[in-house]
Write a protein that binds this ligand. Structure first.
Ligand code: RM4
Ligand code: MN
Ligand code: MN
Length: 426
């Protein structure tokens, strides 16, 4: 299913006068505060987030999985789904492949298809947290950190294979998320496990093409419940430094223990030029993979405030690779992703509204109350008309969820693909 401009225009027509009324009011306020509205809108238009190829079907938990009808059952259909998302939101201009769940059969055909939707290939993700059909060795007791050299070599080879696949598609980065760790005290030697991981990562790093980056993700627990080899940003930062200039840390919002100050982590990594990638989701307890902004929207805004500051003040840090890393257990995956994309843009727009000059002044004067007023003033602004304008300028929908429902997109996908189609992934 491919949406066309007329379908969107017909629905946008009904919402345009209300959009104009709200936009004019907001644009006036922003201009009066001394900011350039067009610059803000341009930044929102340029902000594109990758959709992972595993997020388009229903996600499961260890207790089971409730399927969602009309799921994409191959890579072509997944790209088609991202095409729909991107047409509506104009914010999902990239796909992040998970290997081996989504290995292309015909590379040129897949590239052409993605290109026809204006979608590029972002970071490729390796998978050594499950045993693979073709794999001789098991990752039950770890992959890059395993005590067995043969198993470590198999895991390194897999990562090198993933780089080769990504290279054929135009990807420029590899994300490594390592599930390795221990379930019980005494099960593994912390030092040996870290040393093996370091050596394996270096072996992978050596094969990176010149213009590629390596992103090292961290996570405190799960699937292992006693210890994880790359448990926190410090470990990831240390490993990235040992690998070299093309290796970076990747922050996944769900990979922190409750109450961790993620905005501070983001700030420090950017100061050190080592924040390479970023995974969006939301959570209440752990790696819950909930819709972005659904539980802690203020925390998301504070994190964006740190990201915006870093993007403006830290030329030593590359532009981060953004990706949504969420799972959709009960919602329509496409509606869930639309809500996440909206929440990301909203937090970004609010962070852009923070008057950085005034904030620095207030910080220097130790005016704590003023500091809070400045950031909360930005947070309390309803920026949705700015998002609408950014989408409209690029040919998207004023209201993506409403448009998705009026066009009966899920119903059409079910007609095309059937009720029983299942997407690969978790
Ligand atoms: C992990 C991690 C990775 C993702 C897998 C599916 O928790 O967030 O980024 O590839 O889940
Ligand atoms: Mn992640
Ligand atoms: Mn995760």
């Amino acid at each position: 299913m491919r949406l066309n401009k007329n379908q969107l225009d017909n629905i946008n027509k009904k919402d345009i006068s209300e959009h104009n009324r709200c936009f004019d009011f907001l644009a006036n306020t922003i201009s009066q505060n001394g900011q350039n509205v067009n610059t803000l809108i341009k930044k929102l238009q340029d902000f594109q987030v990758a959709i992972p190829s595993w997020a388009l079907g229903a996600g499961g938990t260890r207790f089971g999985r409730f399927k969602f009808q009309g799921e994409p059952s191959n890579l072509e259909q997944k790209i088609e789904d991202i095409g729909i998302l991107h047409t509506l939101t104009q914010t999902a201009g990239a796909i992040s492949l998970h290997i081996p769940w989504d290995v292309p059969k015909d590379y040129n055909a897949i590239k052409d298809l993605a290109n026809s939707y204006d979608i590029v290939f972002d970071a490729v993700n390796s998978n050594t947290f499950q045993d693979q059909k073709k794999g001789k060795e098991s990752y039950k007791f770890g992959s890059l950190s395993n005590t067995s050299k043969v198993i470590r070599e198999q895991a390194v080879e897999h990562n090198i294979e993933v780089i080769k696949i990504g290279d054929k598609l135009g990807s420029k980065s590899l994300t490594v998320w390592l599930a390795d760790g221990a379930n019980f005290p005494g099960q593994s030697n912390f030092q040996t496990a870290l040393q093996h991981t370091q050596d394996s990562l270096k072996d992978i790093y050596k094969t990176l093409p010149e213009d590629w980056k390596l992103f090292i993700e961290y996570k405190p627990y799960e699937p292992n419940f006693y210890s994880t080899v790359i448990q926190d940003w410090g470990t990831s930062f240390m490993l990235a430094n040992e690998c070299g200039a093309k290796a970076y840390s990747l922050v996944d919002l769900g990979h922190h223990l409750p109450n961790t100050n993620i905005e501070q982590i983001v700030s420090i990594l950017m100061l050190k030029g080592k924040l390479g990638g970023f995974h969006f989701n939301d959570s209440k307890y752990g790696d819950d993979d909930l819709t972005v902004g659904s539980v802690k929207p203020y925390a998301l805004f504070l994190i964006f405030n740190a990201l915006v500051y870093g993007m403006e003040n830290n030329p030593q840090n590359p532009y981060p690779a953004w990706m949504i890393d969420a799972s959709h257990n009960i919602k329509d995956p496409l509606e869930d992703l639309i809500q996440s994309l909206e929440a990301i843009q909203e937090a970004y727009a609010k962070a852009l509204l923070v008057d950085q000059k005034l904030l620095t002044e207030a910080q220097q004067n130790h005016d704590v109350v003023k500091c809070q007023e400045i950031i909360q003033d930005a947070y309390r602004t309803d920026v949705r008309p700015l998002l609408e304008k950014a989408r409209l300028n690029r040919g998207g929908a004023v209201n993506p969820i409403k448009t998705y429902r009026s066009l009966k997109i899920r119903e059409n996908l079910i007609k095309e693909r059937g009720a029983d189609s299942v997407a690969s992934g978790l």
